[in-house]
Ligand binder design. Structure first.
Ligand code: PEP
Ligand code: MN
Length: 336
């Protein structure tokens, strides 16, 4: 439920509403706006009887929000959220962000070479996985903490903030020490214990859509992060599992405008995991920006044919450079 106050409501009237909500055993979250204050009501299991509140002075309107994700919804927070990290602003409606780097951190030379092409092309955030969620146990599982150090070192060498995936609560301390943004991958989108723990941190979080998650499940997963206090959340569409096998996943680009209308959180697109094919990545990255994505995340490897993970979908350094030139042209056309 959302209680909208009159624009002339006094601080005492606002406090009286908060007290009434709290006395009913619910949580009240004031949302100051440029015109008027709203008070979000959380903690109710079903519809709330609003008669006591409706009568209070200064109350203009009561909106019943039945969605399971209130904090991430535009109803509770009409202004877009901008996630700022290392001088990069994600979701501010200005230039979209480009996050790029290898699937996995493999060694110092590979990570540094990747960082250099990402920086040279104009990428703003460097990615690299140290803890890899691999489908089979015999595949390369990532370098772990030594990999995190190489990622940090490469990011520092070229002056880019870094993002890496965290799979388990026990990895959080190390990942927070070395990374600027925490990534929660598709396979962990509904790891609720991990979401709660990350929600208690102040690091920005990139939350990827689960491969069979509905939009409601996706936004509800983000709600876990906000409910624990971490509002620095970026959503990421990375394709969903359908009957189609010609692409690795099916890129659901329609979620971009849809989620933008439903939520204040920034949403970016990962065309690498969505398509699984290097040849499709640039065009789908551009399509994502046309659809209104606040950015893209692409896999880039200095030698994709030697990659320990996801080489077939990784751009070469040259390929990334060409994509960035194309993106700059497109942004002008889109009016950024
Ligand atoms: C990744 O980005 O490294 C990754 C594993 O992606 P996803 O969780 O989308 O499969
Ligand atoms: Mn990958």
């Amino acid at each position: 439920m959302l209680i909208v106050m009159d624009h002339s409501a006094t601080p005492e009237q606002i406090q009286a509403v908060i007290d009434t909500v709290t006395a009913a055993g619910l949580q009240a979250e004031p949302i100051p706006g440029s015109q008027r204050t709203a008070i979000g009501v959380l903690g109710n299991q079903g519809p709330v009887d609003d008669t006591a509140i409706r009568e209070l002075p200064g109350v203009r309107e009561i909106i019943h929000v039945s969605k399971p994700y209130k904090l991430v919804s535009r109803d509770f927070h009409p202004e877009p959220t901008v996630v700022e990290v290392g001088g990069v602003r994600i979701g501010d409606g200005a230039t979209p962000v480009v996050i790029a780097g290898p699937c996995s951190i493999e060694n110092e030379a590979q990570m540094l070479a990747a960082a250099q092409v990402v920086k040279a092309g104009g990428g703003q955030v460097l990615r690299g996985g140290a803890f890899k969620p691999r489908t089979g146990p015999h595949s390369f599982q990532g370098l772990g903490v030594p990999g995190l150090k190489l990622l940090r070192q490469a990011g520092d060498a070229v002056g880019l903030p870094v993002i890496t995936e965290v799979m388990r609560i026990e990895q959080l301390e190390a990942v927070c020490r070395y990374a600027d943004i925490l990534q929660i991958g598709a396979r962990n989108m509904q790891n609720f214990d991990l979401l709660k723990e990350v929600g208690r941190l102040s690091h920005p979080v990139l939350l990827k859509r689960g491969m069979s998650a509905t939009i409601e499940e996706f936004l509800s997963a983000a709600e876990y992060l906000l409910a624990e206090g971490n509002g620095r959340v970026i959503l990421c569409e990375r394709g969903i599992r359908t009957f189609e096998r010609a692409t690795r996943n099916t890129l659901d680009l329609s979620v971009v405008p849809l989620i933008r209308s439903m939520s204040h959180l920034p949403i970016i697109v990962d065309p690498s995991h969505a398509t699984g094919k290097r040849s499709l990545v640039p065009v789908m990255a551009k399509a994502a920006l046309v659809a209104g994505a606040h950015g893209v995340m692409v896999e880039v490897h200095p030698e994709p044919e030697k990659a320990l993970c996801d080489g077939a979908q990784s751009l070469t350094g040259d390929g990334f450079g060409e994509l960035m030139v194309d993106i700059r042209g497109l942004l002008g056309y889109l009016g950024y």
